[in-house]
Design a protein around this ligand. Sequence first.
Ligand code: COA
Length: 260
Amino acid sequence: MNYENILSKTTNGITSITINRPKKLNALNKATIEELHEAFKAADKDKNTKVIIITGSGDKAFVAGADISEFADFNVNEGGKLAAQGQAILFDFVENLKTPVIAAVNGFALGGGLELAMACHFRIASSNAKMGLPEVSLGVIPGYGGTQRLPQLVGKGRAMEMVMTAGMIDANQALSYGLVNHVVEPDQLVPLAEKIASKIMRNSSVAIGKAIKAINANYTDGKDGYKVEIKQFGKCFGTEDFVEGTTAFLEKRKAEFPGK
Ligand code: COA
């Protein structure tokens, strides 16, 4: 599929999605959100894609937020709809994919950009990355899950401070907050993402998908994560990957998992 605002390519089990509006610091307009939805959906369905890496093009920004020029004249209903649609097709959608998604944060990740990174399963950052939720400086609040995911990741007090001050933290502070897992020099960011992806790919994609479901259940209202874990654990016993994984271990060989 041809996209106008993003790039997507699949090589050696990894689908790399790059938001490609560098002149607008990769700000998320409606068209980009829709294209991201299509690209993530296709990658999740694709049997050859074991890991998805998302990053921003250029050396300045991952994503500098939702595109302010598109919503500056919205009314109450339009504002509510913007958040609801975005959460449904991109932010919640990415969080609930069965394929692991790594955010490679290569510069500014602000507002919707940080929210997108937080919807990914985990994040790594380049040393020049800067992260924040500046929405209150514009008279709105984070609307793509930021008020929920930031406290989950960094704790309530830090999230409150970040949101209220509308300030940015640098990559090392994000690392100390647990917002990102690793910080490396910019030219090492994608290689690190690929290295982590290659470790993930050695394991059962089917089991990983079920683990994502169980972990996410802990953060979903009305769900008992322990019950979800028990159910998903049980389901693993009916999979070819389980037969292969345990058989390979007992035969002292490397498992060759059939795939997604
Ligand atoms: N929405 C729409 N356009 C944006 C944008 C956004 N969130 N962030 C950056 N851009 C655009 C700028 O308008 C500018 O476009 P132009 O060249 O046509 O005028 C271009 O991207 C470059 O940005 P600029 O502000 O000139 O870069 P800078 O290096 O001076 O500043 C930032 C970088 C990130 C500090 C600044 O762009 C910024 O504050 N962006 C908004 C961040 C934000 O509030 N995000 C939350 C939105 S809810």
